[in-house]
Design a protein around this ligand. Structure first.
Ligand SMILES: NC(=O)c1ccc[n+]([C@@H]2O[C@H](COP(=O)([O-])OP(=O)(O)OC[C@H]3O[C@@H](n4cnc5c(N)ncnc54)[C@H](O)[C@@H]3O)[C@@H](O)[C@H]2O)c1
Length: 315
């Protein structure tokens, strides 16, 4: 299917890469973002494209109904406040954007008669599962307001799927990484370690560093997210999007240090972060069987490319 897509969070890390992919494939795209963490720089390629329109708007505001009036085939909903740490400090704000904002976007999709709704949820919904790799039917166990907000938003997506002729697809992303992922105190561990190494600051490992993550490259995340709009049969389900390697945070710090040989950074340990899960890797059985998707970018190749991207920005 090629048609018209709305992408919320279009100026963000994953959203902007999805926009580029959709445009390359012939979609017309309307990107919505309030530029809270996203940037227009991420949309440089898209903004020169005739089939792209950008609307700077808050997904919580009524204005989203007035900025999109054309008929839309698919809504990819990525806009969110995407930080466990920020959610511990500002739970009410995170609930407003991630839950009420999602409901507002679902209402927009319903009014526009969109047939498909693709939602970016998170592996955080599983908390600390008893068995790994975690499967999609594992009981949910939120350890932070961020995780709880993603569960609530998933439930709204499913309810709209049941009520209206709108097929929701929910992706639970594990740790995505790659170019365009912004560095801040609220960002993921990879941008933090790379920035620290490039500036020869201490590389700060939270806890004992033995906690593990399964990183998945943004190009793989985008390819899978896009696939949900391309299925012949309407596809209503929830899918993990996880990398296949389990990597400890301490090993990650060492890998980053190796990729920045000129760095004089030492690796230091701090208190463990509240709300963080211990180990996180998802089963890709369902994703591979139903969507025919498996990640293709080996972690080390992606990490090397990401370090090069940060280097090019700091020059
Ligand atoms: N990056 C990851 O590892 C990861 C993991 C699990 C889930 N996710 C989910 O994937 C989605 C995209 O994440 P990302 O890593 O690209 O984050 P990001 O912060 O780069 O992108 C989110 C975008 O949403 C926008 N936004 C925030 N609040 C908004 C609002 N009120 N109105 C309009 N726009 C708003 C931001 O400006 C930003 O451009 C999010 O829903 C996130 O929760 C990401």
């Amino acid at each position: 299917m090629i048609g018209t897509a709305v992408v919320t969070g279009a100026a963000g890390f994953i959203g902007s890469c999805l926009v580029d992919h959709l445009l390359r494939d012939g979609f017309s795209v309307i990107g919505l973002d309030n530029l809270r963490t996203g940037t227009k720089e991420n949309l440089t390629e898209a903004l020169s494209h005739n089939n792209f329109r950008f609307e700077q708007v808050d997904i919580c505001s009524k204005d989203i109904a007035s900025v999109v009036r054309e008929s839309v085939d698919v809504v990819f909903h990525l806009a969110a406040i995407s930080s466990v740490k920020f959610s511990l400090e500002n739970p009410v704000e995170v609930n407003k954007v991630n839950v009420s904002g999602t409901l507002n976007v679902l209402e927009l999709a319903r009014k526009l008669d969109a047939k498909r709704f693709v939602f970016s949820s998170s592996a955080a919904v599983y908390g600390d599962p008893k068995r790994l790799p975690v499967k999609e039917d594992t009981p949910l166990s939120p350890l932070s307001p961020y995780a709880a907000s993603k569960i609530a938003a998933e439930m709204y997506c499913l309810s709209y799927g049941g009520l209206y002729k709108m097929t929701p697809t929910i992706f639970r992303y594990f740790n995505a990484f790659g170019p365009r992922q912004e560095y801040s105190e609220y960002s993921g561990v990879i941008p933090i370690f790379i920035s620290q190494a490039l500036q020869s600051n201490e590389i700060t490992v939270d806890g004992d560093g033995r906690q593990t993550r399964s990183f998945i490259h943004v190009d793989d995340v985008v390819r899978a997210t896009y696939l949900a709009s391309q299925q012949e049969n309407h596809l209503a389900s929830t899918f993990n999007l996880s990398g296949s390697e389990s990597i400890s945070v301490l090993d990650l710090a060492r890998m980053v240090k190796e990729l920045v040989p000129e760095s004089t950074s030492n690796i230091v340990f701090r208190d463990a972060r509240e709300g963080d899960v211990r180990d996180s890797i998802g089963s890709m059985e369902r994703t591979s069987k139903v969507l025919g998707f498996s990640p293709t970018i080996p972690f080390k190749v992606g990490l090397d490319q990401t370090v090069s991207w940060y280097r090019s920005r700091t020059r």
